[in-house]
Design a protein around this ligand. Structure first.
Ligand SMILES: [Zn+2]
Length: 309
Protein backbone atom coordinates (compact mmCIF):
# COMPACT_ATOMS: atom_id res chain seq x y z
CA UNK A 1 0.00 0.00 0.00
CA UNK A 2 3.04 2.29 0.12
CA UNK A 3 2.88 3.18 -3.55
CA UNK A 4 1.07 6.02 -5.27
CA UNK A 5 0.29 6.83 -8.89
CA UNK A 6 1.06 10.22 -10.41
CA UNK A 7 -0.53 11.24 -13.70
CA UNK A 8 0.65 14.21 -15.75
CA UNK A 9 -2.16 14.89 -18.21
CA UNK A 10 -0.96 17.14 -21.01
CA UNK A 11 -2.42 18.33 -24.29
CA UNK A 12 0.02 16.08 -26.19
CA UNK A 13 0.95 13.20 -23.83
CA UNK A 14 -0.33 11.39 -20.78
CA UNK A 15 2.64 10.48 -18.54
CA UNK A 16 2.04 8.07 -15.67
CA UNK A 17 4.50 7.26 -12.91
CA UNK A 18 4.43 4.77 -10.04
CA UNK A 19 5.94 6.55 -7.06
CA UNK A 20 7.32 4.89 -3.92
CA UNK A 21 7.12 6.17 -0.35
CA UNK A 22 10.34 8.21 -0.84
CA UNK A 23 8.78 9.97 -3.89
CA UNK A 24 10.99 8.15 -6.37
CA UNK A 25 9.45 7.18 -9.72
CA UNK A 26 9.94 3.40 -10.00
CA UNK A 27 7.99 2.88 -13.23
CA UNK A 28 6.85 5.09 -16.04
CA UNK A 29 4.44 4.78 -18.95
CA UNK A 30 3.50 7.40 -21.51
CA UNK A 31 0.86 7.47 -24.26
CA UNK A 32 -0.40 10.18 -26.65
CA UNK A 33 -3.39 12.11 -25.29
CA UNK A 34 -5.41 12.22 -28.49
CA UNK A 35 -7.13 15.34 -27.17
CA UNK A 36 -9.42 15.57 -30.22
CA UNK A 37 -11.44 12.65 -28.78
CA UNK A 38 -14.20 12.60 -26.15
CA UNK A 39 -13.01 13.01 -22.54
CA UNK A 40 -14.31 9.51 -21.69
CA UNK A 41 -11.98 7.92 -24.30
CA UNK A 42 -9.00 9.86 -22.90
CA UNK A 43 -9.87 8.76 -19.35
CA UNK A 44 -10.08 5.11 -20.54
CA UNK A 45 -6.53 5.52 -21.87
CA UNK A 46 -5.35 7.06 -18.59
CA UNK A 47 -6.66 4.02 -16.70
CA UNK A 48 -4.94 1.66 -19.18
CA UNK A 49 -1.67 3.62 -18.86
CA UNK A 50 -1.85 3.34 -15.06
CA UNK A 51 -2.24 -0.46 -15.34
CA UNK A 52 0.64 -0.62 -17.85
CA UNK A 53 2.96 1.37 -15.55
CA UNK A 54 2.07 -0.82 -12.55
CA UNK A 55 2.58 -4.05 -14.54
CA UNK A 56 6.18 -3.01 -15.31
CA UNK A 57 7.04 -3.41 -11.62
CA UNK A 58 4.67 -6.32 -10.90
CA UNK A 59 2.13 -4.21 -9.00
CA UNK A 60 -1.62 -3.58 -9.26
CA UNK A 61 -3.81 -0.75 -7.98
CA UNK A 62 -4.36 -2.90 -4.86
CA UNK A 63 -0.73 -2.06 -3.92
CA UNK A 64 -1.44 1.69 -4.20
CA UNK A 65 -2.95 4.05 -1.66
CA UNK A 66 -4.15 6.63 -4.16
CA UNK A 67 -3.60 8.37 -7.48
CA UNK A 68 -3.31 12.03 -8.39
CA UNK A 69 -3.73 13.93 -11.66
CA UNK A 70 -2.12 17.16 -12.76
CA UNK A 71 -4.18 18.70 -15.55
CA UNK A 72 -3.81 21.87 -17.58
CA UNK A 73 -6.44 24.57 -17.16
CA UNK A 74 -8.72 25.42 -14.27
CA UNK A 75 -9.24 22.49 -11.90
CA UNK A 76 -11.57 22.41 -8.92
CA UNK A 77 -9.63 20.17 -6.52
CA UNK A 78 -12.45 19.96 -3.97
CA UNK A 79 -14.94 18.55 -6.48
CA UNK A 80 -12.31 16.72 -8.54
CA UNK A 81 -13.53 18.42 -11.70
CA UNK A 82 -11.55 19.87 -14.62
CA UNK A 83 -13.58 23.05 -15.03
CA UNK A 84 -11.95 24.40 -18.21
CA UNK A 85 -8.95 23.07 -20.14
CA UNK A 86 -8.90 24.52 -23.63
CA UNK A 87 -6.05 22.38 -24.98
CA UNK A 88 -7.93 19.22 -23.94
CA UNK A 89 -11.30 20.66 -24.94
CA UNK A 90 -12.54 19.60 -21.48
CA UNK A 91 -15.32 21.54 -19.77
CA UNK A 92 -16.71 20.39 -16.39
CA UNK A 93 -15.25 16.88 -16.61
CA UNK A 94 -15.55 15.00 -13.27
CA UNK A 95 -12.29 13.15 -13.91
CA UNK A 96 -11.68 12.07 -10.29
CA UNK A 97 -15.04 10.32 -9.92
CA UNK A 98 -14.73 8.50 -13.26
CA UNK A 99 -11.10 7.44 -12.80
CA UNK A 100 -11.55 6.45 -9.15
CA UNK A 101 -14.40 4.14 -10.25
CA UNK A 102 -12.14 2.54 -12.87
CA UNK A 103 -9.04 2.17 -10.68
CA UNK A 104 -10.73 1.36 -7.36
CA UNK A 105 -8.58 3.84 -5.41
CA UNK A 106 -9.12 7.50 -4.42
CA UNK A 107 -8.03 10.03 -7.08
CA UNK A 108 -7.10 13.67 -6.42
CA UNK A 109 -6.73 16.53 -8.90
CA UNK A 110 -4.87 19.81 -9.18
CA UNK A 111 -3.56 21.90 -12.05
CA UNK A 112 -0.18 21.09 -13.59
CA UNK A 113 1.63 24.18 -12.27
CA UNK A 114 0.52 23.40 -8.70
CA UNK A 115 1.62 19.76 -9.10
CA UNK A 116 5.07 20.83 -10.35
CA UNK A 117 5.49 23.13 -7.34
CA UNK A 118 4.44 20.36 -4.93
CA UNK A 119 6.72 17.82 -6.66
CA UNK A 120 9.75 20.11 -6.34
CA UNK A 121 8.86 20.71 -2.68
CA UNK A 122 8.57 17.04 -1.67
CA UNK A 123 11.41 15.68 -3.83
CA UNK A 124 13.24 18.40 -5.79
CA UNK A 125 15.06 21.70 -5.43
CA UNK A 126 12.84 22.94 -2.57
CA UNK A 127 13.07 19.76 -0.46
CA UNK A 128 12.65 20.60 3.21
CA UNK A 129 11.02 24.01 2.56
CA UNK A 130 7.55 24.76 3.95
CA UNK A 131 6.66 27.84 1.89
CA UNK A 132 7.60 27.84 -1.79
CA UNK A 133 6.64 29.76 -4.91
CA UNK A 134 7.38 28.12 -8.25
CA UNK A 135 7.18 30.08 -11.48
CA UNK A 136 7.24 28.39 -14.89
CA UNK A 137 8.61 30.57 -17.68
CA UNK A 138 7.28 29.02 -20.88
CA UNK A 139 4.72 29.94 -23.53
CA UNK A 140 3.00 31.68 -20.62
CA UNK A 141 3.96 32.27 -16.99
CA UNK A 142 2.59 29.59 -14.66
CA UNK A 143 2.60 29.72 -10.91
CA UNK A 144 2.29 27.39 -7.94
CA UNK A 145 2.17 28.40 -4.29
CA UNK A 146 3.02 25.96 -1.49
CA UNK A 147 2.13 27.13 2.02
CA UNK A 148 2.95 24.96 5.01
CA UNK A 149 3.83 22.10 2.64
CA UNK A 150 0.45 22.13 0.85
CA UNK A 151 -0.84 23.71 -2.34
CA UNK A 152 -2.57 27.05 -1.86
CA UNK A 153 -5.09 27.50 -4.67
CA UNK A 154 -7.85 29.68 -3.16
CA UNK A 155 -11.60 29.64 -3.75
CA UNK A 156 -12.69 26.97 -6.29
CA UNK A 157 -8.92 26.40 -6.81
CA UNK A 158 -8.92 29.48 -9.03
CA UNK A 159 -5.94 31.27 -7.46
CA UNK A 160 -2.18 31.18 -7.96
CA UNK A 161 -2.61 32.51 -11.52
CA UNK A 162 0.64 34.33 -10.92
CA UNK A 163 1.29 35.15 -14.58
CA UNK A 164 -1.69 37.50 -14.43
CA UNK A 165 -0.54 39.84 -11.68
CA UNK A 166 0.00 43.37 -13.01
CA UNK A 167 3.44 44.49 -14.11
CA UNK A 168 2.45 47.61 -16.05
CA UNK A 169 -0.91 49.43 -16.04
CA UNK A 170 -2.29 49.72 -19.62
CA UNK A 171 0.77 47.79 -20.88
CA UNK A 172 1.09 44.97 -23.42
CA UNK A 173 -2.04 42.94 -24.19
CA UNK A 174 -2.06 39.58 -22.36
CA UNK A 175 -3.55 36.30 -23.64
CA UNK A 176 -6.18 36.65 -20.85
CA UNK A 177 -7.54 39.87 -22.38
CA UNK A 178 -6.16 42.23 -19.73
CA UNK A 179 -3.34 44.68 -20.41
CA UNK A 180 -0.03 44.74 -18.57
CA UNK A 181 0.02 41.25 -17.00
CA UNK A 182 3.41 39.92 -15.87
CA UNK A 183 3.07 37.08 -18.42
CA UNK A 184 3.02 39.60 -21.29
CA UNK A 185 6.56 40.64 -20.28
CA UNK A 186 8.14 37.60 -18.58
CA UNK A 187 7.09 34.56 -20.66
CA UNK A 188 9.45 32.96 -23.19
CA UNK A 189 7.02 34.17 -25.85
CA UNK A 190 7.44 37.75 -24.59
CA UNK A 191 11.25 37.43 -24.57
CA UNK A 192 11.22 36.34 -28.22
CA UNK A 193 8.89 39.23 -29.12
CA UNK A 194 11.17 41.72 -27.31
CA UNK A 195 14.25 40.32 -29.06
CA UNK A 196 12.65 40.40 -32.52
CA UNK A 197 11.54 44.01 -32.06
CA UNK A 198 14.95 45.15 -30.77
CA UNK A 199 16.89 43.31 -33.51
CA UNK A 200 14.77 44.96 -36.21
CA UNK A 201 16.39 48.27 -35.21
CA UNK A 202 19.92 46.84 -35.35
CA UNK A 203 20.95 45.15 -38.64
CA UNK A 204 24.36 44.33 -37.09
CA UNK A 205 22.77 42.23 -34.33
CA UNK A 206 23.16 38.43 -34.41
CA UNK A 207 19.39 38.34 -33.92
CA UNK A 208 18.58 40.51 -36.96
CA UNK A 209 16.14 38.72 -39.27
CA UNK A 210 16.29 35.44 -37.30
CA UNK A 211 13.22 33.49 -38.53
CA UNK A 212 12.66 31.32 -35.47
CA UNK A 213 13.56 33.23 -32.35
CA UNK A 214 14.03 31.18 -29.17
CA UNK A 215 14.90 32.20 -25.62
CA UNK A 216 18.14 30.21 -25.83
CA UNK A 217 19.15 32.05 -29.00
CA UNK A 218 18.69 35.42 -27.29
CA UNK A 219 20.72 34.39 -24.23
CA UNK A 220 23.45 32.86 -26.44
CA UNK A 221 23.74 36.04 -28.55
CA UNK A 222 24.02 38.11 -25.35
CA UNK A 223 26.84 35.86 -24.13
CA UNK A 224 28.62 36.26 -27.49
CA UNK A 225 28.75 40.01 -26.85
CA UNK A 226 25.82 41.10 -29.02
CA UNK A 227 24.90 44.47 -27.50
CA UNK A 228 21.23 44.42 -28.56
CA UNK A 229 20.76 40.88 -27.21
CA UNK A 230 22.53 41.86 -23.99
CA UNK A 231 20.13 44.79 -23.45
CA UNK A 232 17.09 42.59 -24.19
CA UNK A 233 18.25 39.89 -21.74
CA UNK A 234 19.04 42.46 -19.05
CA UNK A 235 15.58 44.04 -19.38
CA UNK A 236 13.87 40.63 -19.54
CA UNK A 237 15.57 39.53 -16.30
CA UNK A 238 14.30 42.75 -14.71
CA UNK A 239 10.75 41.98 -15.85
CA UNK A 240 10.95 38.51 -14.30
CA UNK A 241 12.60 39.83 -11.14
CA UNK A 242 10.11 42.70 -10.67
CA UNK A 243 7.21 40.23 -10.53
CA UNK A 244 9.16 37.94 -8.19
CA UNK A 245 9.86 40.91 -5.91
CA UNK A 246 6.11 41.52 -5.55
CA UNK A 247 5.59 37.85 -4.68
CA UNK A 248 8.38 38.08 -2.07
CA UNK A 249 6.73 41.18 -0.61
CA UNK A 250 3.33 39.44 -0.50
CA UNK A 251 4.36 35.98 0.70
CA UNK A 252 7.99 35.96 1.94
CA UNK A 253 8.48 32.34 0.83
CA UNK A 254 11.50 30.26 1.97
CA UNK A 255 12.38 29.65 -1.63
CA UNK A 256 11.49 30.65 -5.18
CA UNK A 257 11.95 28.12 -7.99
CA UNK A 258 12.05 28.88 -11.67
CA UNK A 259 11.00 26.19 -14.13
CA UNK A 260 10.13 25.98 -17.84
CA UNK A 261 12.40 26.21 -20.87
CA UNK A 262 13.99 29.55 -19.95
CA UNK A 263 15.12 28.21 -16.56
CA UNK A 264 17.66 26.04 -18.41
CA UNK A 265 19.71 29.26 -18.82
CA UNK A 266 20.74 28.69 -15.20
CA UNK A 267 23.02 31.35 -13.72
CA UNK A 268 22.73 33.58 -16.81
CA UNK A 269 19.12 34.08 -15.71
CA UNK A 270 19.35 33.56 -11.96
CA UNK A 271 22.27 35.82 -11.05
CA UNK A 272 20.75 39.11 -12.32
CA UNK A 273 17.37 38.11 -10.86
CA UNK A 274 18.85 37.47 -7.39
CA UNK A 275 20.62 40.83 -7.51
CA UNK A 276 17.42 42.68 -8.49
CA UNK A 277 15.22 41.01 -5.87
CA UNK A 278 17.74 41.63 -3.06
CA UNK A 279 17.98 45.31 -4.06
CA UNK A 280 14.26 45.94 -4.54
CA UNK A 281 12.31 43.75 -2.11
CA UNK A 282 10.77 45.40 0.95
CA UNK A 283 13.50 45.94 3.54
CA UNK A 284 16.19 45.49 0.89
CA UNK A 285 18.96 42.99 1.52
CA UNK A 286 17.94 43.04 5.21
CA UNK A 287 14.41 41.98 4.23
CA UNK A 288 13.13 38.44 3.77
CA UNK A 289 15.15 37.62 0.64
CA UNK A 290 14.45 33.98 -0.27
CA UNK A 291 16.75 31.57 -2.06
CA UNK A 292 16.08 31.66 -5.82
CA UNK A 293 17.06 28.59 -7.85
CA UNK A 294 16.14 26.57 -10.92
CA UNK A 295 13.75 23.66 -10.56
CA UNK A 296 15.44 20.23 -10.63
CA UNK A 297 12.94 17.58 -11.63
CA UNK A 298 11.86 18.75 -15.09
CA UNK A 299 8.89 16.76 -16.39
CA UNK A 300 9.03 14.40 -13.40
CA UNK A 301 7.92 17.20 -11.03
CA UNK A 302 4.35 17.03 -12.35
CA UNK A 303 4.13 13.25 -11.84
CA UNK A 304 5.65 13.31 -8.35
CA UNK A 305 3.52 16.31 -7.35
CA UNK A 306 0.35 14.61 -8.61
CA UNK A 307 1.26 11.50 -6.60
CA UNK A 308 1.76 13.72 -3.53
CA UNK A 309 -1.74 15.24 -3.77
ZN1 LIG B 1 -3.14 38.09 -18.15
Amino acid sequence: MGYRVGIDLGGTNIAVGVVDSAYRIIAHHSVPTGAEREASAVIDDIAAAVDAALRKVGLTTADCACAGIGSPGTCDSERGVVVRAYNLNWFDVPVCAILSEKLGIPVRLSNDANCAALGETVAGAARGCRNVVMITLGTGVGGGIIIGGSIYAGMHSAGAELGHILLKMDGELCTCGRRGCWEAYASATALCRQATAAAQEDPKSLLYGVPEMTGKRVFDAAEQGDETARRVVERYCEYVAAGLTDLVNALAPDMILLGGGISRQGERLLEPIRRYVAAHCFGGAQGAVPRIAAAELGNEAGIIGAAAL
